[in-house]
Ligand binder design. Structure first.
Ligand code: ADP
Ligand code: MG
Length: 223
C-alpha cells in the first residue's frame, strides 16, 4: 500500500514525500482509514512502529478539511481547539509536537505544546492564539483549564498516546477530568483513540464511557 491511496490531502502527501515515506507502516495502514471514517480505536503496536503519524495524519487531515470549508479559523481566528493529544511526559509531548509541526504549515494548522516544568507564558499565548491542535501532558493542561485559559468544548479528536501509562493510577483522574471537558460522545464528529505499545490496559473501563464501539487493532504488541 502507498500513502497516495489514503484519503489525505495534497499538502500532507507532499510533506510525506519530503520525509521520504512512500508507504504507511502496518499500524498506519490499518488505523488511518478507520480514523478518517470517525471510528474510535484501541491500537497497539510495538515501539518504533510509527504510531505517532498513525494518529497525527488523520488529525491533520481533519483540521485541514475544516479550514478549507471555513469551519475553523485560518491565521488570525480565535476559535477554540478541535483536537487534543495527551501523552505522559514532557519529552514525549515535545517529540509529538515536533512531528506535528513538520506538517502543520502544510495543513494550515497551529499547535499549542503544553507541558510542565517551564514558564506558563508562551504556552498561554499558544492556547489563546488560535491553535487547533493541543499536544499536552495532563497536569499542565489541567492548570490551564482551572485558570479558564484552555477551552476544550470544541475538541472532537482525542488521542491518548502511551495509553497504557495514561490509564495508570498516576494519571487516570486527570485524564478523566480532561475528557469530561471535551465535546461529548454524542457529537458525530467525535473520535477517540488509544495508542499503546502494550495491551496492558488495566483500567480501560475507566475511559469506556468516553468511547464509542472502538475498533481494536493489534499488530505485534509488546508484553
Ligand atoms: P512509535 O510511537 O510506534 O514507537 P514513532 O511514531 O515514534 O513510533 O515512529 C518511529 C520512527 O519511524 C520515527 O522516526 C518515524 O519518523 C518513522 N516513521 C513513521 N512512519 C513511517 C513511515 N511510514 N515510513 C518510514 N518511517 C516512518
Ligand atoms: Mg510513540
Amino acid at each position: 500500500m502507498l500513502f497516495t491511496e489514503l484519503k489525505l490531502s495534497e499538502p500532507i502527501q507532499k510533506r510525506l514525500a519530503e520525509k521520504g515515506f512512500p508507504e504507511p507502516t502496518p499500524i498506519q495502514a490499518e488505523t488511518i482509514p478507520l480514523a478518517l471514517n470517525n471510528r474510535d480505536l484501541i491500537a497497539c503496536a510495538k515501539t518504533g512502529s510509527g504510531k505517532t503519524l498513525a494518529y497525527l495524519l488523520p488529525i491533520l487531515q481533519f483540521v485541514h478539511e475544516k479550514i478549507e470549508k471555513g469551519e475553523t479559523h485560518g491565521e488570525d481566528g480565535v476559535n477554540p481547539p478541535v483536537a487534543l493529544v495527551l501523552a505522559p511526559t514532557r519529552e514525549l509531548v515535545v517529540q509529538i509536537a515536533e512531528e506535528a509541526e513538520f506538517f502543520a504549515d502544510a495543513a494550515g494548522l497551529k499547535l499549542a505544546t503544553i507541558y510542565g516544568g517551564v514558564d506558563h507564558d508562551k504556552q498561554r499565548r499558544e492556547l489563546a492564539g488560535g491553535a487547533q491542535l493541543i499536544v499536552a501532558t495532563p497536569g499542565r493542561l489541567l492548570d490551564f483549564l482551572r485558570g479558564g485559559e484552555a477551552n476544550l468544548s470544541k475538541v472532537v479528536r482525542i488521542v491518548l498516546d502511551e495509553a497504557d501509562r495514561m490509564l495508570d493510577m498516576g494519571f487516570i483522574d486527570d485524564v478523566r477530568k480532561i475528557l469530561s471537558k471535551c465535546s461529548p460522545n454524542e457529537n458525530e464528529e467525535r473520535q477517540f483513540s488509544l495508542f499503546s505499545a502494550t495491551i496492558n490496559f488495566s483500567a480501560l473501563y475507566s475511559v469506556w464511557e468516553f468511547m464509542r464501539e472502538p475498533e481494536e487493532i493489534l499488530i505485534n504488541p509488546e508484553l
